[in-house]
Every structure is written in structure tokens, then in C-alpha cells.
Write a protein that binds this ligand. Structure first.
Ligand SMILES: [Zn+2]
Length: 196
């Protein structure tokens, strides 16, 4: 097989979505179609089609309409691919924020590295404008990027805490409390309320 003919799982997913532009597609039929094609090509089952779809969403190729439903819009893909902050915009954002992280107020003189971040992420359609930019230190940039994961974790430990409480499992309760107190200490995901 020539190299140009080798198709990855994500190539097949793209192929399917490109055949149905601007349509809200359920993941089920996409997965079935990719699986069938892949088996025909390689005589084995593809792995993690789901993850590949999510990854294409994170890259900006697919728009997530809601859970399990994605859309391919040629126009928005072009916009995302072309536009990032220009060097001038980055300078303007840093200057506006006083060359300090907007969350902790630390700057280069405090030994942190500064990043220019999209307030509304690009994969959600956030534009590269000065208004949609903010200055973050490496740490807060990282926390922002992993916010979704830490949210999931906090919710899980709240559920586990409740369970431990209702079962009278003191050891597990204490373990969850320690973790949830750490969330509070670092003010992470403060919008998710933990009632003791
Ligand atoms: Zn910071």
C-alpha cells in the first residue's frame, strides 16, 4: 500500500464529517461507519474512535453541539486554523494587563513565565481579539487548561464524601475531606460547592 493511501482513524472520521457538512451528527453512526471502513482496510477493529472524535473537537476540527453530537463546519475550521493572536496583539494584551497574571498578579520579576490565553477557547469559537485575550502565568494557564478534569475530580470526591458519610466510613470520609480541603486551599473550582 502506498503511504498516501494509509488512512488513520482520524482521517476516516474527517472523511465522514466532510461528507455531511454543517449537520449535527450523532456519534453512533459515525463510529459504525468508521469501524466498518477500518475493518475493510486493515482487517482489524479500530480502537478508541470516540477518543479520536473528541481529539478532533479539541483541535478545532469539530464543533461539539451537545454530548455525543458533533458538527463539521468548513467555515469555522478555516477561521480557527488561520487566526491566532498576532505578535502585536500579544504585546497589547500583556501591556494592558501590566505584564502580570490576571489571577495571581505575578510577573516576570517574580520568576514566572507569562502566556497570552484565549478567555473563550478557540475550539469553542473564541476569537483572537485583544478583548478575548488575557495574561496568565504558566501555572494558571495550566490550571485553566485542566479545569474540566479537576472539575470532574472534585464532583467525584464530593459524591464519595457523601457516600462515606452515609455509610459511616470515617477513614474514607477523612480522605475525601483532605482532598476537598486542598481544593479549597488553592481556590480551585470554587463554583462547585462542597457542603460539609
Ligand atoms: Zn498566575
Amino acid at each position: 500500500m502506498k503511504k498516501s493511501n494509509i488512512k488513520s482513524i482520524s482521517d476516516l472520521i474527517k472523511e465522514y464529517f466532510k461528507k455531511h457538512p454543517n449537520k449535527d451528527l450523532q456519534h453512533g453512526p459515525v463510529v459504525d461507519w468508521v469501524e466498518e471502513k477500518y475493518i475493510k482496510l486493515y482487517d482489524k477493529k479500530p480502537r478508541d474512535i470516540w477518543r479520536a472524535i473528541r481529539h478532533l473537537h479539541e483541535e478545532g476540527f469539530l464543533i461539539k453541539v451537545k454530548k455525543g453530537i458533533y458538527r463539521y463546519s468548513p467555515e469555522s475550521v478555516k477561521k480557527i486554523k488561520i487566526k491566532d493572536f498576532t505578535q502585536e496583539q500579544k504585546e497589547a494584551i500583556l501591556k494592558r494587563d501590566g505584564y502580570k497574571c490576571v489571577i495571581c498578579g505575578k510577573g516576570i520579576e517574580d520568576g514566572v513565565e507569562l502566556h497570552v490565553d484565549h478567555i473563550k477557547p478557540r475550539y469553542l469559537g473564541g476569537e483572537s481579539t485583544i478583548e478575548n485575550g488575557q495574561t496568565l502565568c504558566s501555572q494558571h494557564n495550566f490550571i485553566k487548561k485542566t479545569l474540566k478534569q479537576t472539575e470532574t475530580g472534585k464532583k467525584m470526591f464530593i459524591r464519595l464524601y457523601e457516600l462515606a458519610k452515609s455509610e459511616g466510613n470515617e477513614e474514607l470520609k477523612k480522605f475525601c475531606m483532605d482532598i476537598l480541603e486542598t481544593y479549597e486551599k488553592y481556590n480551585i473550582n470554587g463554583h462547585i460547592i462542597w457542603k460539609r
